[in-house]
Design a protein around this ligand. Structure first.
Ligand code: GLY
Ligand code: MN
Ligand code: MN
Length: 518
């Protein structure tokens, strides 16, 4: 706790710099105040909640991880609160690997750590090789000073937080107080395996305290630090890889996130006329979507791109401070993150005045056709990289038909060519889930070179971007950027477009804008 103790105040230049943040605090320090604040509160509700629907799925995920690392202790932190500025924090979001293994979503649980303790093979949770325990700081009682004095953890400041019994009941997972037991749980018997010590693998760079604890233990027990880095990286890799195929509960969460995102796009369509009137119309669009993200979900899954006119050719345009002009198109790339922290990722490129011009429609149709080609190969047995290949080939063909390629189509498509990529320099697909770019630490063999399986969820998002200053294309194309992005679930015999309810074709989009704007 970083609150200055009123019993021992210091001031002037002798006061430690880290204490000065509390110089505006005028909380009384009298014993009478403390005693009164810690009394006369109704008892907390101690009834236990039912198990969360996600609990059995999270248990299966932990089992999968356990299979990979028998005999080793695994440490997976949620991460701490992150400072936005001075004494103001961002809303808490746990590391996605932690969220996956516990099923915990929004707000849970700063500083928590999930520890997998190895047991004799097959005698652990669900017949696995480990017993997992969740260590966290439970809510302090209303008779404690923390209750009213701690702005980061006290119920008086931030509302109720779970008790040990509550999270244990919800998650079907043993819980323990981190202050009392975490250090031992991480370091006990740890050491160099050759000398009979227990190997620890840590999800690094999530919680500096855990990093320090594990590093100190390793140094003190003659563990090779370089090798440890490699072992830790393998844990991060595994946490990504066990998320490549989504379970039934996760697919449901993806559907929820996608539906909220579609609802957000309806608000964007409604907001377009007001955006045109505003000097920072892109912010009007961003705000319209954000309202839905907060109303229906936890947050945005990533910063919205609201890019009008030439800004649409800037791939990560998140300033969103441009004007929205009739006659231009606006590219909106946005996703709602559900309370479970799963996110959608959808892009539409809309005609600001409701109707695509001839050249806008031509470019849009090429991107739509490229997307269609990728949908065709989105089925079990295809390789992930085939999605990109299918889409990019169509785009290269169109660019060739329009006379934009400086070489033949064949030469452009060869490894030595690739000139068409000037106008589509990004990938066509990425896995999607708890992170917008999900499973990013998976091995290349399982990601780019991986074979599609039922339960995988990814985007298909081809685009064409002709910058205003691109002298390689005729003037009519300059300042046009189009991307079309949908979220796809691989099924037993093909795929479903989870975002199919949001109009895609130029005709559908024009009709939808009209309907939304009434
Ligand atoms: N919005 C980030 C992406 O589409 O990958
Ligand atoms: Mn994407
Ligand atoms: Mn996107």
């Amino acid at each position: 706790m970083s609150v200055m103790t009123e019993d021992n105040p210091t001031s002037g230049s002798d006061q430690p710099i880290e204490d000065r943040v509390n110089n505006r605090s005028q909380r009384p320090s009298s014993e009478a105040f403390k005693e009164f604040m810690a009394s006369h509160w109704a008892p907390a509700d101690t009834s236990l909640p039912p198990e969360d629907a996600v609990a059995p799925f999270a248990a299966q995920r932990r089992r999968k991880l356990s299979e990979r690392f028998p005999g080793e202790r695994l440490v997976v932190p949620a991460g701490p609160l992150k400072v936005r500025s001075n004494d103001t924090d961002y809303r808490f979001r746990p590391h996605s690997g932690f969220a996956h293994l516990t099923g915990l979503g929004l707000d849970h649980e700063p500083d928590a750590v999930l520890v997998f303790e190895p047991v004799a093979d097959g005698t652990g949770d669900d017949g696995g090789n480990h017993r997992a325990t969740l260590y966290f700081r439970p809510m302090a009682g209303r008779d404690s000073e923390e209750f009213y004095s701690n702005a980061r953890t006290g119920e008086f400041w931030i509302g109720p937080r779970p008790t040990l019994a509550e999270l244990q009941a919800r998650l079907g997972l043993p819980t323990a107080h981190m202050d009392e037991k975490l250090e031992d749980a991480i370091t006990e018997n740890a050491g160099n395996q050759a000398l009979g010590g227990l190997r620890i693998r840590l999800l690094r760079d999530v919680d500096l305290n855990c990093d320090a604890l594990v590093d100190t233990s390793r140094i003190n027990t003659a563990v090779d630090l370089e090798e440890s880095d490699r072992l830790d990286a393998e844990l991060a890799e595994a946490l990504s890889e066990i998320r490549l195929v989504k379970d039934e509960w996760e697919v449901e969460q993806m559907r929820t996130a996608v539906q909220a995102t579609i609802n957000g796009f309806h608000q964007v369509a409604k907001a377009l006329p007001r955006a045109v009137e505003h000097k920072r119309g892109e912010r009007v669009v961003e705000g319209a979507f954000f309202a839905r993200a907060r109303e229906e979900g936890n947050d945005l899954g990533y910063d919205t791109i609201a890019a009008s006119g030439n800004n649409a050719t800037v791939l990560h345009w998140i300033h969103n401070n441009g004007q929205v002009n009739a006659g231009d198109m606006i590219l909106v790339d946005a996703g709602v993150e559900a309370d479970s922290l799963y996110t959608a990722d959808i892009t539409r490129t809309l005609p600001v005045n409701g109707t695509y011009s001839e050249v806008q429609r031509k470019v849009y149709q090429a991107v739509l056709d490229a997307q269609g080609a990728a949908f065709e190969v989105a089925k079990p047995g295809s390789r992930f990289r085939d999605l990109h290949q299918a889409a990019i080939t169509v785009l290269a063909q169109r660019l060739d038909e329009w006379g934009l390629l400086p070489v033949s189509l064949e030469e452009a498509l060869s490894d030595e060519g690739q000139q068409h990529r000037r106008w589509m320099p990004h990938g066509t697909s990425h896995h999607l889930g708890l992170d917008v770019h999900d499973c990013a630490q998976a091995k290349r063999e399982l990601y780019l070179d991986g074979v599609l399986e039922p339960g995988m969820v990814f985007t298909i998002e081809p685009g064409l971007y002709f910058k205003a200053e691109d002298l390689a294309v005729p003037e009519e194309y300059r300042g046009i950027g189009v991307r079309l992005e949908d979220d796809v679930l691989v099924t037993e015999d093909g795929c479903v477009n989870l975002s199919a309810d949001l109009p895609r074709s130029p005709d559908e989009i024009e009709a939808w804008l009209k309907a939304q704007q009434g």
